[in-house]
Write a protein that binds this ligand. Structure first.
Ligand SMILES: Nc1ncnc2c1ncn2[C@@H]1O[C@H](COP(=O)(O)OP(=O)(O)OP(=O)(O)O)[C@@H](O)[C@H]1O
Length: 377
């Protein structure tokens, strides 16, 4: 928890140095025990909100209502609504970090990203921080389902928003983190021990030597593309896309995995997510659907004027880095299988992603090789 506080101190110092004190985000050292049942937790959440926001301090607890927001598998997300006046209700979300999430999420990187991305108009506004979580604005929109993402109009909206997101400048190092993160996951995953004998047995069937070789080879191979590096979301699954149809406004949310990375990774990873948690890769977008997305990504106002050369280069990068996305989430899943309190078959998920990686690899290698030999990359 101390580490989280340090990050807030750094952000505060940055604001002070840049004279940006007016927009300073309140921080409370309050910690909410995530194992508490919701009725016991509610008064603590109200107390936390009062501690953070001065204008709520004098309000009676009966003016607050707290409910669980469904959908999150990593964190506990609550909606707090406050009747500030008889005709004015304000809602915020309170996110409590899930136990052990620090093994796969760099909170410092996440907070920096939220700060700059929310200023650039992406995601929910950051309103406050506390010992084991943060408070953000509540977004009035529906969360997408995997099947929504391939609807041409929605796909174009997503592509356009991702294109804008990739243009945001986040201060600090611009070194791509993809392989650093995959290797970090690998180091942790390869040294785990499971208490449950069944899980340990299944874990022992994983060849870490082979997995390591695949990671290094794919890093070398994708490196040949010299692919552009952007600040990438890295987790563009349907649950992280919210759409307000009336306002035609699409929100990219949840920047937990955001980092500088290859644009093809963000797009290939998004396409892999058409398959949902069931990993039905038969629904991976067709070449035509990918071109539609890529054209809107590259030129939202005049998608038909994008040159085929530009479309083809993003298409090839996407296909190459979709393999990296399988390796990323496969190694991540091994750690989750050991660390996450969530009842999900993470080891099964590892095998689904790794097997798909092996299945797709020959086709992708031949696509990239013929692209490289026909162009002067
Ligand atoms: N600011 C917000 N306003 C309204 N709803 C939100 C907000 N943030 C998240 N949600 C809803 O909560 C769900 C889970 O949020 P989020 O993805 O941030 O949590 P998570 O625990 O990191 O989940 P996962 O691990 O599945 O990505 C979203 O799919 C969305 O439906």
């Amino acid at each position: 928890m101390g580490a989280t506080k340090n990050i807030w101190e750094i952000l505060e110092a940055e604001d002070e140095a840049s004279g940006n004190v007016a927009s300073r985000i309140p921080y409370s050292s309050f910690v909410v025990d995530t194992s508490l049942p919701l009725p016991v937790m509610i008064p603590r959440i109200i107390q936390l909100c009062k501690d953070l926001f001065k204008n709520w301090r004098e309000l009676d607890d009966s003016l607050f209502s707290v409910e669980r927001v469904s959908g999150g598998i990593t964190n506990l997300l609550l909606k707090v609504s406050v009747k500030e006046e008889s005709d004015r209700e304000v809602s915020v979300t309170v996110r409590l970090y899930g136990p052990n999430t620090e093994y796969v999420i760099n909170r410092e990187r996440e907070l920096l990203a939220i700060k700059y991305l929310s200023t650039a108009g992406f995601g929910a506004k950051l309103l406050g921080g506390f010992g084991n979580g943060m408070v953000q604005s509540f977004i009035n929109a529906r969360t997408l389902e995997p099947s929504d993402m391939r609807q041409p109009k929605i796909a174009a909206q997503i592509a356009k928003e991702v294109g804008k997101f990739h243009k945001v400048d986040i201060p600090g190092s611009k070194e791509p983190q993809l392989w650093v993160d995959i290797l970090k996951f690998f180091e942790k995953a390869s040294t785990l021990k499971f208490e449950e004998p069944d899980k340990q047995k299944l874990f022992e069937t994983i060849s870490f030597e082979e997995l390591h070789k695949e990671i290094i080879e794919l890093r070398e191979f994708t490196g040949l593309l010299n692919a552009p590096v952007v600040f990438a979301h890295n987790d563009l699954l349907s649950g992280n896309l919210m759409l307000n149809e009336e306002e035609e406004k699409l929100y990219l949310i949840d920047f937990e995995y955001g980092s500088y990375s290859y644009r093809g990774f963000d797009i290939g990873n998004h396409f892999n997510e058409y398959a949902g948690y069931d990993c039905d890769y038969s629904v991976y977008p067709s070449k035509e659907e990918q071109y539609h997305f890529i054209k809107h990504y590259l030129q939202p106002d005049k998608p038909d004027e994008v040159t085929m050369g530009e479309v083809e280069s993003v298409y090839v990068e996407t296909d190459a880095y979709k393999l990296a996305s399988h390796l990323y989430w496969a190694t991540w899943a091994i750690i989750q299988a050991r660390m996450s309190p969530i009842d999900f078959d993470y080891l099964g998920y590892f095998f689904l992603r790794y097997n798909e990686y092996k299945k797709q690899k020959p086709l992708t290698l031949s696509l990239v090789t013929s692209y490289l030999s026909s162009s002067s990359v």
